[in-house]
Design a protein around this ligand. Structure first.
Ligand code: ADP
Ligand code: MG
Length: 730
């Protein structure tokens, strides 16, 4: 029996019992595996506690002497929880998380065994970095990289089976200080935003001393049965199906969306949530998504660097917990053709240390002007750096999703809703008519009260926009489901920082010319609205008309990764990242190189799988079925029946032969195209060749014929689980 039928049988017979997680009140377990400040109070001396507290706020570096005290406090806490090992936990550019476990156990010079964890081990480690991507930053003889403790993200205990490991969130940098991960640049960008935003806030409120970016991500994913997944080599190796005919029932009924969650999945979710709560990940919502077997979960938003860590941690935990339930989580942006892909909406805003959400419309004219300032600066930032923002979410997986079913296009535009569009128009129309002190109508607009109402009216809230204002935050929807949020969040924070710095310069220039502060601000806002209004779009982002309109407006629309990545290394981008101390030129070039290499590898793997499956699964199935038909024809012939008796059989044979030939020829041509691409030296040219000569030339075409064969060949001959099985059996 083929793996497919064993798998189907397993789902039918062995998946009756669900693994139940006991119901525990969230508040009793929330954060129990996190070294919070409250825990620190208990385990640290006064001096050590204060030092840790200051460094969490980012105001002070921890010195070595205190580090030893902190480390032994952390070890005491961890050992009380039966932890034996510790690990620096980081987010290298491979896109997954990395850990290297070390034991607390060590041997003294006299041979006695002791448990030890020194400040040095807490603050810095030197993992063998040679296997992580560096884009040529580290010459091979200098494979050293360092992980350095990031106190702004809390230390946690990871439970894997019975084993427990103390995980220390770190940044990962090269020997000479270049960032090799997603986290270091994010922290730098957050700091740049903090400085620029505080300066602008101080026009309105002198008490603001700190601004942090906030992020609430929404993670979409598919879940399918483990046995069915294992019977699909493409899912095992690439996380997506490279072949598969559309099932009779897909998502057309939309009966999955907000429907009741299937029992087995529900058990998985509850188990997952318990694990997440212990780690202090504030999960809030879970529901079905539009496609069958697709789901989403979202936490309460947090400070951006913690939120990024929590998302990476979550993806890791989802993977592990799903295995307990004999399920597989698919994070890929497009696991199934013809069915919705998965995204990771990034809800983003900025908050002050005085407790104000800077994208929440204010109650008074003054706070309204502050809202308008940050709102318009965001639009300007997205307008000016749309290409850089686009490059931050470019990946081989996301290329399948952007512009396909129910996903935003590769064109970056901003949706703000009718009410705010009118507000901006009103401000804009005063260009030329100087504001004077009597003219405060704009400042008195009741934005605060109108926006919530407006959002209630506007229930469909334009889901087609890649960057939408949703009442008190912007939602960046073009981010792919496998992405590390650090990448788009770094860019969003840095473009905002750059724009706000310019804003301050512009306002100060007007003030120096004798303009009143409020007037200077509103005039600058006015100018920014005019400068950036072409990025605003309220219509249907999925429509063909928008593609045409966007082109007319001169908005970039770059659907493929190798070309979208160009925006990372333009003079404009180099200036942006260098001015804000995020990346040097060398670091940018290296990142660009790494992203291109990742793209090449992904397409390469998919191309190989397509050929393997064609030769080892598809063609053998087709040939076997042909033989069966031939036997039948020969039997009919031998019994003296006329040709009309097996006319249909011949027709089927012919059709199969036709597709079979196409599959075989295309497989060979695909291998040749890969060879040519592989011989190219320049990484960018090679990535483009993989995109156009390999992927675009062959993938859909080859798939077309394989899917036709799936429809023609007897079900029992087909060895790969079909879409209907993966999507509907559980
Ligand atoms: P939806 O209707 O899309 O579910 P929600 O209001 O529930 O909208 O928010 C979705 C996500 O946005 C949640 O993760 C939520 O925590 C987050 N969010 C809400 N306010 C903010 C904010 N000020 N900054 C960042 N994220 C936010
Ligand atoms: Mg959303």
């Amino acid at each position: 029996m083929s793996l497919r039928f064993t798998a189907i049988k397993e789902v039918a017979t062995n998946r009756k019992e669900t693994i139940e997680t006991p119901s525990i009140k969230v508040s009793t377990i929330f954060g129990e595996n996190v070294f919070t400040l409250t825990t620190a109070r208990e385990y640290l001396s006064d001096e050590a506690y204060k030092s840790l507290q200051a460094s969490i706020k980012g105001s002070k570096k921890i010195d070595r002497a205190v580090a030893n005290q902190i480390a032994s406090g952390i070890r005491a806490w961890a050992e009380a929880k039966n932890v034996t090992h510790f690990s620096h936990w980081f987010q290298p550019l491979t896109g997954t998380t990395a850990e290297k476990h070390d034991s607390f156990f060590t041997i003294k010079s006299d041979g006695t065994a002791i448990q030890e964890f020194e400040g040095g081990a807490l603050i810095q480690q030197e993992p063998d970095a040679s296997s992580f991507p560096s884009g040529g930053l580290r010459a091979t003889f200098e494979a050293r990289g360092y992980t350095a403790w990031d106190p702004s993200s809390p230390i946690f205990i990871m439970e894997i089976g019975a084993g427990k490991t103390l995980c220390i969130p770190t940044i990962f940098v090269s020997y000479t200080g270049e960032s090799l991960d997603y986290k270091a640049p994010l922290l730098k960008a957050s700091e740049a935003l903090n400085k620029a935003a505080v300066d602008v806030c101080n026009y309105f409120d002198k008490n603001v001393t700190k601004v942090t970016a906030t992020l609430g991500w929404e993670q979409e994913y598919f879940v399918i049965d483990e046995s069915l997944a294992n019977a699909r080599p493409d899912i095992v190796l690439a996380g997506r199906t490279v072949y598969g005919a559309s099932p009779a029932k897909g998502q057309q009924l939309e009966d999955h969306y907000f429907g009741s969650i299937p029992e087995r999945i529900y058990a998985f979710m509850r188990d997952l949530e318990t694990e997440c709560y212990k780690l202090g990940i504030p999960l809030k919502t879970r529901h079905n998504e539009v496609a069958p077997s697709q789901f989403e979960l979202a936490p309460i938003y947090e400070e951006v660097s913690v939120a990024v860590d929590h998302n990476s941690l979550l993806m890791d935990i989802m993977e592990r917990v799903s295995r307990r339930h004999k399920l597989r989580v698919l994070f890929h942006e497009k696991p199934f053709a013809g069915i919705n892909g998965s995204g990771k909406h990034n809800n983003w805003s900025m908050a002050t240390d005085t407790g104000i959400n800077l994208l929440s419309p204010g109650k008074t004219p003054k706070t309204n002007l502050m809202f308008l300032t940050f709102f318009v600066n965001t639009i300007k930032a997205v307008h000016d750096y749309a290409d850089v923002l686009r490059s931050s979410i470019a990946s081989a997986g996301n290329d399948y999703r952007l512009g396909a079913n129910e996903a935003p296009p590769a064109i970056i535009s901003v949706f703000i809703g009718e009410y705010l569009s009118n507000v901006l128009k009103e401000v804009e129309n005063r260009v030329g008519n100087k504001f004077d002190e009597q003219d405060e109508a704009i400042l008195k607009l009741d934005i605060h009260r109108s926006i919530p109402e407006l959002l209630l009216d506007n229930t469909d809230r334009n889901r087609t926009s890649p960057f939408a204002f949703t009442g008190n935050k912007f939602e960046f929807r073009a981010v792919g489901s496998t992405a590390n949020c650090g990448s788009p969040m770094t860019v969003l924070n840095v473009i905002m920082a750059e724009t706000l710095k310019q804003f301050k310069t512009d306002v100060d220039t007007l003030i120096a010319k004798g303009e009143k502060k409020e007037i200077a601000i509103i005039q600058t806002i006015q100018k920014y609205i005019v400068d950036s209004k072409k990025v605003l779009f309220e219509g249907d982002g999925y429509s063909e008309a928008w593609h045409k309109e966007a082109e007319k407006r001169g908005l970039p629309n770059i659907p493929t990764t190798p070309l979208a990545l160009d925006a990372m290394i333009t003079e404009k981008a180099k200036k942006l990242f260098e001015n804000n101390n995020i990346y040097s030129h060398a670091e940018l070039e290296a990142r660009h190189e790494i992203e291109l290499e990742k793209y090449i590898k992904k397409v390469q793997i998919e191309a190989r799988i397509m050929c393997d499956l064609a030769l080892n699964h598809i063609i053998p199935a087709a040939v076997k079925y042909q033989n069966e038909i031939l036997t039948n024809i020969n039997g009919l012939k031998a019994s003296g029946l006329p040709e009309t008796a097996y006319k249909i059989q011949l027709e089927i044979l012919t059709k199969i032969s036709k597709h079979l030939q196409e599959v075989y020829n295309k497989t060979h041509a695909l291998v040749e195209a890969r060879k040519i691409a592989n011989a190219i030296d320049n990484t960018r040219t090679k990535a483009i060749a993989y995109c156009t000569q390999v992927k675009e030339t062959f993938f859909d075409d080859l798939r077309y014929h394989v899917d036709k064969l799936e429809a023609l060949i007897g079900d029992e001959y087909w060895s790969l689980p079909k879409y209907r099985e993966m999507l509907f059996l559980r």
